[in-house]
Design a protein around this ligand. Sequence first.
Ligand SMILES: [Zn+2]
Length: 257
Amino acid sequence: MEHQSSVTYGNGFQNGYRGRDLSETGVGMKFDFIVVHESAHEWFGNNVSCVDVADLWIHESFANYAENLFVEYHFSAEEAQDYVIGCRALIRNEEPIIGTYGTNTSGSGDMYYKGGNMLHTMRHVLNDDVAWRELLRGMNAEFWHRTVTTEEFEDYICHATGFDFRPLLDQYLRTTELPVLKYERGDGTLALWWESVVPGFSLPVVVRINAKEQRVQVSEERCVVELDGALESFELDRNFYMDVEEVTGTGAGRSAE
Ligand SMILES: [Zn+2]
């Protein structure tokens, strides 16, 4: 447990979490989960703490996210991605991550794996690792030895990155719905849009269209991408934690031209 400056250790001197790989990819067995996760709390949890335990994601989502940063630093970016993405199998999406304020109630256990995947997704939306690193450090400087609310964190994240992450944070922290990236093939075109999202949800994502990688800005309005030929394959980059669904028969790809 993450007692300030004095982590209490109880992992049996084994790698993984009590000898188990949470990600089921093999990567989780390469390090002692408790040492990494609880040490991360010295920053998120002990240096910066939530005012209300309903905002416990401020501790746990970042501590979970730190596990994949540890893997990236000591092993490889590929394995770090395997790890955070492997942990998606543990996400339930039954209750929101933020609990009920003023009742001493924390939110869903999704604050760990979904929170870690939300932050991983945000890093890939931002697509600027220098700015992302500055954000993580900046929060610990700005809120040093303080208690904070989700709103303060949201304001800081948007201000520090210059990107409006509010709809994304709202979606992942306060709803149980995953954004769905819808796509429909047209005549030499491909239409893309979001469904099951909060108002104003608009993000760039990395997709592979006919195996060619590109970043596209997607909103609730259909955006149309020109294709060189017929659509052979469509894939959302795995680092974005969202659902993908093909739509057929509305003619959206054509009419939106
Ligand atoms: Zn923790």
